[in-house]
Design a protein around this ligand. Structure first.
Ligand code: G1P
Length: 294
């Protein structure tokens, strides 16, 4: 068996226009909208960091430069906070600050789909396995183990490619990539098939791809000549399906909660859920909601 190579880099596709969030997303990238007080993108970056990722690659687009600013130092702000003795706030900033040289930014020049966005990161990833996190999907673990960390644990014994999956309502299968469940392996199961946004009748299960992947670099060669699929876009799922001809794919079921912050309802649910959970906001928000519910 070939050695299982470590996963050091993570890719974050953040080029989407976010039309569902207009007018807010006209000048503020949807990934910078906040769930309580942290931008959506920071949740995915923190999840990757907790899973051992060392380098963070952002595939951005026009009008997204504020994401780059967010992950840079802000000396003026830091000096002001230091002058005012706000050590707690300086600590918050430090916790979320990637090290110098630990981020890379490239641009997806045209909105050709998720597969194309991932392909744009090929030179920065190079010839090694990588994690892929779709930042719209904000996750909250139940047991303290986050989705990517649990996938890494599977990967360390399985190798190959690992995909995060969750159950969805059968009516929702047409919104996601859906996998076909094969034999059980440690921490998950072998994936026997995948289909992007199937109809309810054609879906092989109700296990949807939840936006977390560990992929081998051979995916880039397949993405390079991938024909357009569902929605006329270059679909990552279609290339994964082709890669599955020669490599193993495993599914790891995430049992926590996932909020699709690419939709208004998911974004609001994430805000309510995280606000209720936090010590600083929980009690007051609980009271407000109780009052509103009458
Ligand atoms: C993408 C993937 C899909 C996955 C989903 C999760 O779809 O193509 O397989 O289930 O993300 O959010 P998109 O949301 O970009 O349409």
């Amino acid at each position: 068996m070939t050695a299982i190579r470590p996963v050091r880099k993570a890719v974050f596709p953040v080029a989407g226009l976010g039309t569902r969030f207009l007018p807010a997303s006209k000048s503020v990238p949807k990934e910078m909208l906040t769930v309580v007080d942290m931008p959506v993108i920071q949740y995915a970056v923190n999840e990757a960091k907790a899973a051992g990722i060392e380098h963070f690659i952002f595939v951005t687009g026009r009008n997204k430069h504020v994401i780059e600013d967010h992950f840079d130092l802000q000396p003026e702000l830091q000096n002001t906070l230091a002058d005012r003795g706000k050590q707690d706030m300086l600590d918050v900033l430090a916790t979320h600050q990637p090290e110098a040289g630990a981020t890379s930014f490239t641009r997806q020049q045209a909105p050709l789909g998720l597969g194309h966005a991932v392909w744009c990161a090929r030179d920065i990833v190079g010839d090694e396995p990588f994690a892929l996190l779709l930042p719209d999907m904000v996750m909250k673990s139940r047991d303290g183990r986050e989705c990517m960390e649990s996938m890494m644990n599977v990967y360390r014994t399985s190798g190959g490619n690992v995909i995060g999956v969750q159950e969805c309502h059968p009516d929702e299968v047409s919104s996601y990539g859906i996998v076909e469940q094969g034999e059980t392996v440690a921490g998950g199961f072998r994936i026997d098939g995948m289909v992007e946004k199937p109809s309810k009748e054609d879906a092989p299960s109700n296990l949807y791809i939840n936006g977390r992947y560990i992929l081998q670099p051979e995916i880039f060669d397949l993405l390079e000549n991938q024909e357009r699929g569902a929605g006329g876009e270059i679909q990552l799922t279609d290339s994964m399906l082709r890669l599955a001809d020669s490599q193993d794919f495993f599914g790891n079921i995430f049992t926590g909660e996932t909020y699709d912050c690419g939709s208004k309802e998911g974004f609001i649910a994430a805000n309510v859920s995280f606000a209720l959970q936090r010590d600083d906001t929980g009690p007051a928000v609980r009271e407000i909601i109780a009052k509103l519910m009458g």
